[in-house]
Write a protein that binds this ligand. Sequence first.
Ligand SMILES: NC(=O)C1=CN([C@@H]2O[C@H](COP(=O)(O)OP(=O)(O)OC[C@H]3O[C@@H](n4cnc5c(N)ncnc54)[C@H](OP(=O)(O)O)[C@@H]3O)[C@@H](O)[C@H]2O)C=CC1
Ligand SMILES: Nc1nc(=O)c2c([nH]1)NC[C@@H]1CN(c3ccc(C(=O)N[C@@H](CCC(=O)O)C(=O)O)cc3)C=[N+]21
Length: 290
Amino acid sequence: MEITATKGQIIKGKPVADQISETLIKEVNELVKEGINPKLAILRVGANGSDLAYERGALKRCESTGIQTQVVELPEDVTQEEYVKTLKGLNEDTNINGILCFRPLPKQLDEEAIKYIIAPEKDVDSFSPINSAKVMEGDKTGFPPCTPTAVVEILKHYNVALSGSKVAVLGRSMVVGKPAAMLLLNENATVTICHSRTKDLAKVTSEADVLVAAVGRAKMVKEDFVKEGAVVIDVGINVDEEGKLCGDVDTDAVLDKVSMITPVPAGVGSVTTSILAKHVVKACKLQNNK
Ligand SMILES: NC(=O)C1=CN([C@@H]2O[C@H](COP(=O)(O)OP(=O)(O)OC[C@H]3O[C@@H](n4cnc5c(N)ncnc54)[C@H](OP(=O)(O)O)[C@@H]3O)[C@@H](O)[C@H]2O)C=CC1
Ligand SMILES: Nc1nc(=O)c2c([nH]1)NC[C@@H]1CN(c3ccc(C(=O)N[C@@H](CCC(=O)O)C(=O)O)cc3)C=[N+]21
């Protein structure tokens, strides 16, 4: 009898992002007809590669959905006072509905103080503790961070069962890992959070039906980290030894074992930008009592 190996399916972000964009385009059109123009401000310090990658994607997504944008670039050595003054200016600017502050901020800036400055109603990527708390509480009136939201949207789009499933999240940052775990818990998954101190890491992650990798270590997740038939969401955006973009998962090594896996690029990143655009429209509507 011939045995044919069933390879894992590469699940792309584009169909998920396109579906979100389609609805957004209609919503933006309705707002524009009423003289309301949704607008996103991006606050960037210096010009690091991962910020610029996000910015390129975000600007393209906003343009294609009819959302206006403004990029504010501050020098690498910007002072706390200058950053705070700029952020407060964006808070007060009534033409701006959403603000994205790239993180992490350079060392001279006090992120713990700045996160209290951003207006929660314009905070489209969950920098403010008000929005972080809403994620904890499962309160849908806030803005959960875009990347973890994209992870959940991809899983739902590809009909991956979450309720009652074992999910492992690799990473516990406030931008990805920790909120991803909370959003998945809100979907009734049984969530295990792993990090740099986790013992027997591969054993823990290989028990999961769904593995979300957000560690920032190129191709760290190998074959022994995954369960047979698992669904893998690769959030990592890293550069490999050849200078090419790659994820946290060694895709070639796990492909024969998993049932589905997201690619990098063209995976989570592309959905992240569509969630960002969705949050700008939501912010705009709330600010205009719509
Ligand atoms: N696709 C997208 O839209 C986005 C992608 N990213 C990418 O996602 C990745 C993660 O980003 P981010 O969360 O900001 O990164 P951080 O560096 O802030 O966090 C990394 C996390 O991984 C854990 N970790 C690091 N090394 C190991 C290890 N060897 N074993 C186990 N755990 C480890 C850390 O643990 P500990 O807490 O113990 O230190 C930490 O919790 C990056 O590649 C980033 O570029 C980020 C944002 C958006
Ligand atoms: N507050 C904050 N939130 C973030 O979510 C955040 C951040 N700061 N700082 C920087 C990192 C990095 N990041 C990316 C998101 C999407 C793409 C993306 O769209 N990538 C495309 C390719 C884009 C291109 O290279 O042109 C893809 O994966 O297909 C890239 C990188 C979010 N981050």
